[in-house]
Design a protein around this ligand. Structure first.
Ligand SMILES: *Cc1c(COP(=O)(O)O)cnc(C)c1O
Length: 213
């Protein structure tokens, strides 16, 4: 399955984050041996443990809701944080990155789904996010991330992805953001094809690659 999906994404010029949450080291190792280097996790503890055990050329992406008090433990090695969903968290990442002497790549998470359970900024908060980013010298804004509603309604899912893409474009045109603001992280196992047709540049795929959790 990995080879097929990877080939499909390469063809579309889309980056694959292999979501390995709840999956054992052995399975990650197997995919690593097939050439995969970017893995996504949603829990700090699990992320730290897997980072310790796995080859050091893996790029670990934090994709889950991150509590400010847990930022410090991932800062030394994290490659990208997709889930920046509050000003407080953004400032905390900047502060810890400065302490560690790093510049950390982040994505701004937006809320577009129907579900209350999903995190992220609203469109109205874009100005404040841009202003804060300008003050945060130790984070590099790489783009945005979001999740569509979990539904079979393809029209709704496409509409939500389109609105995420729109927020990306809004930020890019309004903000004094770097040229490296180039990433739209949207699409999971069930909806990545729709996400790509709406302009995704990075998909986060778990169960389709590793099996059900
Ligand atoms: C678990 C998870 C994914 C992957 O979900 P699948 O449906 O297994 O592909 C993607 N993004 C986030 C934020 C997740 O928590």
């Amino acid at each position: 399955m990995y080879k097929e999906i990877k080939a499909e994404l390469d063809q579309a010029n889309v980056t694959l984050v292999a979501v390995s949450k709840m999956k054992p080291i052995s399975m990650i190792q197997e995919m690593y041996e097939q050439g995969q280097r970017i893995f996504g996790e949603n829990r700090v503890q699990e992320l730290v443990e897997k980072h310790e055990k796995m080859p050091k050329d893996i790029k670990w992406h934090m994709i889950g809701h991150l509590q400010s008090k847990k930022v410090k433990s991932i800062i030394p090695f994290i490659s990208m944080i997709h889930s920046v969903d509050s000003i407080k968290l953004l400032k905390k990442i900047n502060k810890e990155a400065a302490h560690a002497g790093r510049i950390v790549d982040v994505l701004i998470q937006f809320h577009v789904a129907d579900e209350e359970t999903k995190y992220g900024f609203t469109h109205a908060e874009i100005d404040e996010v841009i202003k804060t980013l300008a003050e945060c010298g130790n984070v590099r804004a790489r783009g945005i991330m979001g999740m569509a509603t979990f539904t079979d309604d393809q029209v709704q899912v496409s509409t939500e992805f389109a609105s995420l893409k729109n927020r990306y474009e809004t930020m890019k045109t309004q903000g004094s953001l770097p040229d490296t603001f180039d990433t739209v992280s949207m699409g999971m196992s069930g909806d990545y094809k729709l996400a790509i047709s709406e302009g995704s540049t990075m998909v986060r795929i778990g169960s389709l690659l590793f099996g059900k959790r």
